[in-house]
Design a protein around this ligand. Sequence first.
Ligand code: SAM
Length: 189
Amino acid sequence: MDKVLAFSKKLLKEVIDKNSIVVDATAGNGNDTLFLAKTSAKKVYAFDIQQLAIENTTNLIKEAELADKCEIILDSHFEFDKYINEKIRAVVFNLGYLPNADHEITTLAETTLATIKKFLLHLEVGGRIIIVVYWGHENGKVEKEALLTELQNLDQKEAEVLIYQFINQKNNAPFIIAIEKRKEISCEK
Ligand code: SAM
């Protein structure tokens, strides 16, 4: 069976092609941005609210000589529609805090949920949002519960929502919530 991170990459890769606009919503140290940049995607946008994350991500993609197809943005992922005007094919979130930095700066339930809902409006039909949920810390527990409660209520005609989790793993092991858009969604919701 695929480990959680390997499965998240498989889910992303399956829907990305040379015309795809893709987003790393939580750039951090840049590992997902680098992964997305190595796919055939046309353009990669990456967001983070910490300068350190922007620097680390920029350095990583520069070293890989993939900076040309990437835009690394110091802003909240919630503001993505200020920077991206095209339909989006795939989005990845790695929730939680930046390793080796301030553990008090984490993704937060309210912002994460509002951003996911906004991404759903801007996603192509067939596009995916992959969320890797790290819930060992206090904000993470709140965020996990909020996501599971809200996302199970998405209309199944509009979006499929999958959980991929090793339920016998100890120590709050991370798991995946994957959303695939099935049809256009009305903005009024
Ligand atoms: N995927 C990253 C990697 O490969 O290194 C790890 C991401 S880390 C677990 C979570 C990141 O989300 C942190 O760097 C944090 O600063 C960032 N973050 C928290 N709230 C955010 C927001 N509203 N918008 C964008 N990034 C945010």
